[in-house]
Design a protein around this ligand. Structure first.
Ligand code: AFP
Length: 336
């Protein structure tokens, strides 16, 4: 019976990765091992985030623990957990984290062929009020037998072999693409396992929601300003779009992926490159959007074509439903 099968035949993220792996007979399971270490990091952060409010209430935050160390801030703690999990996987060679100014080069003895770029806790200004936050990651592969250098991560997003995010929200959701579509997994806390709940996510071709920090409107360039005006006062007689903006990229992009619409973090006069970081915010989300049938545009080009020149570089970004991004592309093209 199908319904029973659903409850007893659990497609965990590891099982899913092993199934994918079996399509490549030459695969030795390195990616599956790497993924299981990323998943461990996500589970740890999920638990820590869920406890954060409680720690405040019972006075843990800011106090010193038994070892005499002050309780670490959540973003610092999350970063340490991810770095250690990724290094100990034995499958990585270069790590770039939002939290660390410099890239981490893994010692030869634990080195593997993957580079991981990540933001361990994105949206951290939202922690104290309990709003959804997340981890974002992207994965590159280095050539075999070549000494890894920074150039291995200064690559266009289209060269990523996988990308994903984990959202710590009303439930803990991990969305992943290895280049063959997008799948969503939800953490079952009683099992401690991510279960496939959103197979083959496709973003609606056109959406009814736009998502942007309108507080920056006075500094926008004209294509962005025109686009947002059109969202509110459509010229073709269609209904205006709704505005939703959380200020936590993972949450705003997750909603965009599931419901459709567009997420914008444009350039403005004060921030000519926008705010979001190319390697571990723009690229992974652009990768997921394209894999789900949507688009991602920088205001100049396809986001995944951009070639970064430094690891913490920023770029404007417009991503979401295919038709909605098409409209903003036309507005930029008209003024180019
Ligand atoms: P914080 O980590 O400082 O909260 O920044 C989060 C973020 O990088 C990204 O998650 C949001 O999409 C974006 O900033 C929101 O930026 P604004 O506050 O400028 O709208």
């Amino acid at each position: 019976h199908a319904a029973d099968a659903h409850r007893t035949d659990l497609m965990t993220i590891t099982r899913h990765a092993l199934n994918e792996q079996s399509k490549f007979p030459e695969s030795r399971g390195d990616f599956t091992i790497l993924l299981s270490h990323i998943v461990l990091g996500c589970k740890f952060v999920c638990t820590a985030v869920n406890k954060a409010g409680l720690a405040k209430l019972i006075g843990l935050a800011g106090e010193t623990n038994v070892q005499g160390e002050e309780q670490k801030k959540l973003d610092v703690l999350s970063n340490e957990v991810f770095i250690k999990a990724l290094v100990s996987s034995g499958r990585t060679c270069i790590l770039v984290s939002e939290e660390d100014e410099e890239a981490t080069f893994v010692a030869e003895s634990s080195r593997g062929k993957y580079c991981v770029v990540f933001d361990p806790l994105d949206g951290s200004s939202n922690i104290d009020c309990g709003v959804s936050i997340g981890t974002i990651f992207g994965i590159y592969l280095v050539e075999d037998g070549v000494e890894p250098t920074l150039d291995d991560v200064l690559q266009p997003g289209k060269n990523m072999v996988a990308a994903g995010y984990c959202m710590y929200g009303s439930s803990c959701t991990l969305v992943l693409s290895t280049g063959g579509g997008v799948n969503g997994f939800t953490l079952d806390p009683s099992l401690g396992e991510f279960i496939l709940t959103h197979p083959d996510i496709k973003i609606p071709k056109k959406g009814k929601i736009y998502s942007v920090n309108e507080g920056n409107a006075k500094n926008w360039d004209s294509p962005t300003a025109k686009y947002v005006e059109k969202c509110k006062y459509p010229e073709d007689g269609s209904a205006p779009k709704s505005l939703r903006y959380i200020g936590s990229m993972v949450a705003d992009v997750h909603r965009t992926l599931l419901y459709g619409g567009i997420f914008l973090y444009p350039a403005d006069k004060k921030s000519p490159n926008g705010k979001l970081r190319v390697l571990y915010e723009v690229f992974p989300m652009a990768f997921l959007m394209e894999q789900a049938g949507g688009q991602a545009f920088t205001g100049k080009e396809r986001a995944l074509d951009l070639i970064p020149t430094s690891i913490h570089e920023r770029s404007p970004i417009f991503l979401g439903s295919y038709d909605d991004v098409e409209e903003i592309k036309a507005l930029y093209a008209a003024e180019a």
